[in-house]
Design a protein around this ligand. Structure first.
Ligand code: UDP
Length: 324
């Protein structure tokens, strides 16, 4: 089959491309290389044997290109998006433009040609909800527009409504996935992600910056598990018109995570607490707990995560050591 992957040179996109090529498919990647990189596609390129085409283009300004490519493809996986809390806060205009217009430029031709489409959303849409596990049918509690952080959740939520609208009005065979914290080799800490950052600092013997009290919790899922979930969903027509959480169930506080990374790497690093105001922006609102209910995904596909937090940290450490 031919897959079109927007954001295919990103962290998740690179792994997805690789997996599809290993499974014998053809892949067209569209990426503007703003947060993605050629490096993320190196392994994919090595095993492609003519089955990978990489197009450098921005989904916001490439409506015609997307129309042409989507017409010729079997499946579309739309991952191109503004990524990382830091980038969202520092460039909220780009965040909204990319997430809204970019997705529109994908969904319109996907609906016109009736292509199987999956778009990436985010656990950020659950906002300030305090439930122990977030389910897809939950009401959402997003913070107010005076905080740039929430522009990400809001723009992604609009993408979800957009896909549902096309599904209802023209039968677009589309599915929304909400990624929870996804981690693994090649993820960069440049855009704020905590695990690659902690590992990098631990390996250098530098202090690990824990924001806020460190009591906030997250569930970290290996990118290999996330890619597997995506492809299982793509194969299930019953998932059309649906929303699915993808994430791990194992939660850990950020303070514990810092201690765990230090122990696992045998590092002498200390932990340094940094107030949110200093780390992000004044009045920054973090989510205290974020864990997915993945019943819907499991019941439809049988999926459960296979990789533990130990596996994740070890993979990230190995990869960072290899790069030096
Ligand atoms: N965090 C931290 N130190 C860092 C980066 C992040 O303590 O260097 C915290 C962040 O405030 C959040 C958690 O780690 O509570 C996860 O952050 P990340 O940006 O990886 O993902 P998020 O869950 O915020 O989308």
């Amino acid at each position: 089959m031919r897959y079109l992957i927007t954001g295919g040179a990103g962290f998740i996109g690179g792994h997805l491309t690789e997996r599809l090529l290993r499974d014998g498919h053809e892949v067209v990647v569209i990426d503007n290389f703003s947060t993605g990189s050629r490096e993320n596609l190196q392994t994919a390129e090595a095993l492609a044997a003519g089955r990978l085409r990489v197009i450098e283009a921005d989904v916001v300004s490439s409506a015609e290109l997307l129309d042409r490519e989507i017409r010729e493809t079997d499946r579309v996986i739309h991952l191109a998006a503004a990524v990382g809390v830091e980038l969202v806060i520092h460039d909220p205009v780009r965040t909204i433009t990319t997430n809204v217009h970019g997705t529109e430029n994908v969904l319109v031709p996907a609906a016109r040609y009736g292509k199987r489409t999956i778009i990436a959303s985010t656990s950020e849409v659950y906002g300030k909800s305090t439930k122990p596990f977030f389910a897809e049918s939950d009401d959402l509690l997003i913070g107010n527009p005076l905080h740039a952080r929430w522009s990400y959740a809001c723009s992604k939520l609009l993408d979800e409504f957009f896909l549902m609208a096309h599904h209802r009005q023209s039968g677009l065979p589309g599915t929304v996935v909400r990624f929870f914290n996804t981690v693994g080799p090649r993820q960069t800490g440049r855009y704020g992600m905590v695990i690659p950052r902690f590992v990098e600092k631990a390996l250098r013997g530098e202090p690990l910056p824990v924001y806020g009290s460190g009591r906030q919790t997250r569930c970290f899922c290996h990118v290999f598990d996330v890619v597997r979930a995506l492809l299982l969903l793509a194969d299930r027509p019953e998932s059309c018109g649906g929303i699915y959480n993808i994430g791990s169930h194992h939660h850990i506080s950020i303070g514990e995570l810092a201690r765990f990374v230090i122990t696992r790497t045998g590092s002498q690093s200390e932990i340094r607490h940094i107030p949110y105001d200093e780390a992000y922006e004044k009045g920054f609102e973090d989510m205290m707990h974020r864990a997915p209910d993945t019943t819907a995904l499991r019941e439809l596909t049988g999926w459960d995560p296979e990789f533990s937090l130990e596996n994740i940290i070890d993979d990230v450490v190995l990869e960072q050591q290899r790069r030096g």
